[in-house]
Design a protein around this ligand. Sequence first.
Ligand code: SAM
Length: 349
Amino acid sequence: MGALVDRLVCEHRLEAAELRSLLESSDQLTFNSIRQHAAEVAQRHFGRRVYIRGLIEVSNYCRNNCFYCGIRRDNRQVERYRLTDEQILSACSAGYQLGFRTFVMQGGEDGAFADNRLVPLINTIHTQYPDCAITLSLGERSAASYRALYEAGARRYLLRHETASPQLYARLHPADMSWQNRIECIETLKEIGYQTGMGMMIGAPGQTIEHLVQDLMLLQQIRPQMVGIGPFIPHSLTPLGDYPVGSVEMTLRLISIIRLLLPHALIPSTTALATLSPMAQIEGIAAGANVIMPNLSPADVRRNYEIYEGKAAFGTEAAEGLRQLAARLSTINYEISYDIGNYNEEVKI
Ligand code: SAM
């Protein structure tokens, strides 16, 4: 195993069979060593500093019916909301004052956020905050739409691929959703010039080690600038609500492996980790992640963006909780970075 770890550290690349044997291994020493190397690589590139991104959950209306997601179309028990432009701009203003230099607009696939509304909104944010990055996470759109939003000023886009396996994708989504289209969207985003984020849930129902190997191979192939992974957390009002929660341990292992495969990547330690255990998110940073995305949405709508049950949105998960987050990071000798935190391959690893 030592030789495999060395190759992963030096060459940033492994074959599928090698990744499989790493993931299947139960040797704690191997994983301690991978984690240590991943932390060293992250520290060499970013220092002991964690970028923060202000997450604005713009709408929980969604036309899609993903079997795992709490805001899926058929969940009639969610109280639906859609932020106004004024609410979004005032979230940006509050975030800017707190020190955020990236705003992430995330939401369900809501027809109300068509280009004729988003383009002027992004333009306004871009003009008012020229020193900030605008990230979007609004699902699958046409190439023309992605281009228009880029021209308006958006520069990053998060679109998890969810799984590299078309078969597993079909178990997690209804027939009207296409794996092929999702991957094409990711490729289009990258071609347009977005810093593009991919990712998957760890422990998604039906997921095996082989699927995770395929995910890592796809990440090596597409080489996205951002990779967001988090444990699957069931939501009782979804068709997959009875499946068990994904493993924090496996999520941390994968963060470390992804850091070594893609040394420059922006890797968030996600809210799903924070939801499962307050310290899991800090462990994510210690495992090689370098981004945290506190919630900047208006407090009264946060509980309605419940993609999984018990989703953390307050305390260190909230923009107002930055001091608490800083205190928690200081326990592992890390600090918050208020930089814009663009992807940068220039820095030598
Ligand atoms: N609609 C956009 C999209 O599809 O990319 C963005 C919002 S979507 C809710 C964001 C991510 O939440 C998904 O990519 C998925 O991986 C994650 N997610 C949804 N349900 C989840 C669950 N039950 N457990 C963990 N993560 C979940």
